[in-house]
Structure formats: C-alpha cells, structure tokens
Design a protein around this ligand. Sequence first.
Ligand code: SF4
Length: 446
Amino acid sequence: MHGAPAYVLPTDRLETQFADKYPPYTLSQALAEANRCLYCFDAPCISACPTAIDIPTFIKRIANGSVRGAATTILDANLLGASCARVCPVEVLCEGACVYNTWGRVPIAIGRLQRYATEHGAASVNFTRNPPTGRTVGLVGCGPASLACAGRLALLGHGTVIYEAAEWPGGLNTTGIAPYKMPADDVLREVEYIRAFGVEIRTGIEIGRDVSAQELLEQHDAVFLGPGLGADSLAGVPGNNGPGVIGAVEWIRRMKTDPTLSLGSVRHAVVVGGGNTAIDAVRELSQLGVSDVKLVYRRGESQMRAYRHEWEAAKKEGGVLVPNAVIREVVRDHDGLKAVALVATEDGKPTTRALGTFPVDLVVVAIGQSRLRALVESFPDVACDERGHIVADAETGATGNPRVFAGGDARNGGKEVVDAVAEGQRAARSIDALLKQLDADGGADA
Ligand code: SF4
C-alpha cells in the first residue's frame, strides 16, 4: 500500500490525535508470532473467517520469509485484506477460533500478522488482469462491498464505475472506523490500491439527483447496489433538535474527516445506545480527553449488543454505564445545551421514575441508522423488506431484477466490514456469470 493517494484528507483533524491500538509488527516480531502457529489441518480459524482466508498458509509464508506470498494468499481471498486485518473483530472471528484458546493460551495474533503481510507485501502482489471484455458495471456506494466487487470485476476485465454520494470514497471504512484501529488515511491508500486495478470512482454523485437508476441501467450491463445505510436516527431522543445533539455516525465522520470539528470545552458527554457504534463513540470521546463520558442504555449491561471486549476496554478508559435509562428531556437555556434528565426503564420502555439531571455539553446518539429504501426501490423490480433491507440472495447477491445485484450493510442490515467484502466478492462472481451469459446469448446489450 504505497504511493500517494488521489484522495488526501486535511492534516488537522481530531482523528490524528489517536495512537495505533496495536503498533505494527517488526520483522522479528512477525517471525516469532508466525512460528507459534501450528498450521492446523482443518484449521478452525479459516472457517471463522467470512472470506475464508487460508490463514495457516499465509502465516507459513511469513515464517518462510515470503511476505509477498503471504499477501497473495490473503488478497486472493479478500481484496480488502489490509483493512480487514485492522478492523475485523478478530476476538470473535479467526483469533476467537484459534486452537490455542482451547488450552487457555493466547491465540495467534492473526490480525497483526495479516497487517504485517499486507503492509509489506501487497504492493508486490502480481494480480492477473484479464483483457477488457467491453462490458461495464455501475456500482452504487463506495464502501467495502462495492470496492471488493469492483476490484474483482476489474481483474476479470470488466469496466467498473463506482458512484459515491459522499466527498470521500471508502464508505464507513473511511468515515466510521475507530481511529485507533485504522485511520482514514490508510483506508484511502487501500482505495487507491483497488482503483489501480482500473476501477473508476466518481464521488459527489447521488443517485436520483445526479444520475437516475434508469440511466445507470442504460449505461451499464449490470448494477451492484452497495450504498450502505442512511443517516443516524435521532428519533426517541426528546429535544434532539439543536446544537450539541448529534448522531454517532455523523459525529465519528466529522471527527475523522472534518478539520473544523473541535471538542472545545466539552467536559461532559452522554452517548445513547448499546451497540458497537455507541461503544466506539464512548472510547473515542474518552481518548480525546473528555473526563465524563456516560453511556445511557435502555436495557441492562448483559443485554448490550456491543462486543464484550470493546465494552470492557471502554470501561477501563473511563466510560460509565447508566443502564436501564433513557433521556426524558434535553435541557437547554439561551447559552445552549445544559443537561439531560433521565428516567428509568422497564423492559427497555421509559417509566416515570426520575433518575436525576446530569450536566452535559455533548449528546451523541447511536440508536441506529435509517434505510435507503427510496434509492433502492428506484431500480425496477428491486425491493426492500419490512426492515428496509434490500431483498437479495445472500450467496449470489441477486435481486428481483436480473441485472441488479446487492450486498453489504444495505442488504444485511449492518454487519462487519469483512461480511460486506465477502458479499461484494460473491456478487462479482454472479455478475461475471451474467456478463458471460450475455456474450453467449449473442452480445445482447443493456
Ligand atoms: Fe494457526 Fe491457530 Fe489457525 Fe491453528 S487455529 S492454524 S494455530 S492460527
């Protein structure tokens, strides 16, 4: 992942204040860790990886001194292996499945080894790129699902154009990953890596405003929908209109990309929610020096959807849980946000029992994101289910329209980056088969 990226973020962002959670391995550290691996037959770590990376093989290649070989093994299975190395919840995926756990021993640091291999070896991997087929695919959204799909299709010789509404490519990888796991600059380098396969990226292009679904279907032989999710939901937080109350995805996006965002005199912050985005916001605020960070969650600690290890880390960094509580009122005066009044909940529902009023300078709401139903359903014969998720086959990405495929958060409702990559890559196989079929049928054009 070397070379200057086409997309360069300003330097003076809050994100730049964070240190790496796990500093990169040196050569000797990587060799020592690689030599701990038992290269298990039927390795459980492979089964635990949504992209089925051949983990023992890439680790063996590191141990044998072939970092390019290691990177080739990783990227053959997962084109976004560099970011997955850093953002995957390895504790519950590959490392959680490592046989060392069964003996009460520390599992192999697969994520850190994968980072070592991709950082040192990806630039020298020789991908075979098929001759141009003359077919093109339009992809909606430039997150991990579309990038993985477009990268595979480009290597197969198909033309690919990604349409992204935001200013920056990369989707939530760029704007939503906790900066101590992976800063946006590194994500943009990975985007550049995929772009170098011949993928065209057009940012600032909104479907329905700048180009219609019909036009995409006319301009391309097939379309992949990977738009992710919509804006933060603030519903259910009384007094949410006004300065000082912001959705978590939006706050994290600004913290990572917007040099005008400052924490100023923020001392007291309340985060609302119990999922991983809420925990990320708690950890980020604590690490940025906010001394009082409360997590207000409508259920109990054991019911939080967030990964346990992330919440345990958040507590160590200063986050305090206010369980079984919701905001009854956001208190403001002429100077702005002052406090939140909390009431107790029962079974997640608010009661009238007051829990007190707490001073607050910032409220970050992480209770979910809207769905992009209108965008999705502007494509003929493509539908969303009652939850707003695109109706598409999990294995093939096929929708009700034979020329439209889908994957990533918009289809699965919001899972891990590696799940989006897996879905994007599977959809690429389906799209490639469709395009070959079109050729076999006599070159029928869109
Ligand atoms: Fe190596 Fe652990 Fe995977 Fe076995 S389960 S191959 S020891 S990483």
